[in-house]
Design a protein around this ligand. Structure first.
Ligand SMILES: C[S@@+](CC[C@H](N)C(=O)[O-])C[C@H]1O[C@@H](n2cnc3c(N)ncnc32)[C@H](O)[C@@H]1O
Length: 402
């Protein structure tokens, strides 16, 4: 059994009944990456990940054949059932209330993907007869421009196209959301050395022209500074990822929030846990609902992710002027928001078929199950938003969390 077979890797996995062959590299992309390495020498892993996921023409998310979603390579919680969005809608309504029910409440969602969360939220407000259904407006901040159209279609299909506004930099009064976005930000890879120094792991080419890992001097002092600042010293030979891009992302996300809530859901750990020597690298690749640890396979046709450093996120958010309201698990967050009641209401609805109820129930169980996505971290930050009494999503305290 490889490290990849341990339960930790099954985070976004749903079983594929008929395993499919690997798709192979995106030919033009792998050629471009090889050419860049031949011309300029080994590239940082962050540069490689940037190209593999976000090359404008051939990147996994941004390319023309961008696949993720139900029929793609993984399934996120909001994609698995709208009950996730119904629960988040409750948190948004509470936020709107605490802000004094402003006339417009704007949600800016980063990495909205296929629009599953957006649709779930709007549907959840409508199902509950929430007074927020009128004032809510929605903006999409997506690196994959084609996805904005997908979200528009998705909202149109539930009769809610009018909530969508073009995105711009105007700070919102409302909420900023990011579900499984930070794990998709490019990371640098490093390795500890006997003398306590760090080396960086670059992407180079072997004699046959295949991608390979090459160790060298760190490309930026920020890598060591990040780990030092967190009191982390990697053991000799310990490989790890450092996401410097999270700082910029948090700065932008915070700047876009005039008043309200920043809600981040992702898999990750505080630095002291993330960088425990026994964990090793937490870089993962997803393809066809299978997870493995070879980032150099299927370049441009597989997702690449790294567990999120929650300590770094909290520091960057507070440095950007936000107040940390709390961090909990996805299970506790959904429980606090009454996801059980939402399921019971669905069951009692005479329009609900048995199949629809069973689908919702099994999806919710996976969202709550710590072996599936229940242990994901949910981080709540506010600006001009009262944190007491605790927001409903933070009502259940979880051991070891703020
Ligand atoms: C794993 S998918 C999650 C999609 C969706 N949030 C969900 O839960 O189903 C990550 C998404 O984040 C987007 N993304 C990555 N970095 C981003 C950034 N800096 N700004 C906006 N979107 C980003 C990608 O294009 C992709 O759609």
């Amino acid at each position: 059994m490889t490290r990849m077979d341990r339960p930790v890797v099954g985070l976004r996995r749903v079983a594929d009944l008929e395993p499919r062959a690997d798709p192979g590299h995106e030919p033009a992309l792998i050629d471009a990456i090889r050419a860049e390495i031949r011309a300029s020498g080994p590239m940082t892993f962050a540069r490689f990940m940037e190209l593999a996921l976000y090359d404008p023409e051939h990147g996994y998310y941004t390319g023309e054949s961008s696949p993720p979603g139900r029929s793609g390579d993984f399934l996120t919680a909001p994609e698995s059932h709208p009950i996730f969005g119904w629960a988040v809608a409750r948190q948004l309504e509470e936020t709107w209330d605490r802000l004094g029910r402003p006339g417009w409440f704007t949600v800016r969602e980063y990495g909205a993907g296929t629009g599953a969360l957006a649709a779930g939220i709007i549907e959840g407000l409508a199902r509950a007869g929430s007074p927020l259904r009128g004032p809510i407006r929605y903006r999409i901040a997506e690196r994959a421009p084609a996805r904005v159209g997908q979200v528009r279609e998705r909202l149109g299909s539930i009769g809610a196209a009018e909530v969508l506004e073009p995105d711009d930099d105007t700070p919102v009064v409302g909420a900023v959301l990011a579900n499984e976005v930070l794990d998709a930000l490019p990371v640098h890879r490093v390795e500890g050395r006997e003398d306590g120094e760090l080396v960086e792991l670059f992407v180079g080419l072997d004699a046959a022209g295949e991608l390979t890992t090459v160790a060298g001097r760190a490309s930026t002092a920020a890598l060591l500074a990040r780990l030092d600042g967190e009191g982390i010293r990697l053991a000799p030979g310990q490989r790890a990822e450092v996401c410097l891009a999270a700082d910029t992302w948090l700065g932008d996300a915070a700047a876009g929030l005039a008043r309200g809530l920043l809600l981040i859901v992702d898999y990750g750990h505080p630095a002291a846990t993330l960088y425990e020597p026994a964990r090793g690298s937490l870089l993962r690749a997803y393809v066809h609902h299978r997870v493995h640890d070879d980032p150099y396979a299927n370049v441009g046709r597989q997702d690449l992710t790294a567990h999120v450093d929650l300590t770094a996120v909290e520091r960057a958010a507070t440095a950007a002027g936000l107040v940390h309201l709390g961090t909990t698990t996805q299970a506790a967050f959904l429980a606090g928001l009454g996801s059980g009641e939402l399921l019971v209401a669905l069951q009692q609805d005479s329009e609900t078929t048995l199949q629809a109820y069973l689908d919702a129930r099994s999806a919710l169980f996976r969202m709550l199950d710590p072996q599936v996505t229940g242990r994901f971290a949910v981080m709540l930050f506010g600006r001009g938003l009262a944190g007491e009494p605790r927001l409903a999503g933070l009502a259940f305290r979880t051991p070891g969390r703020a």
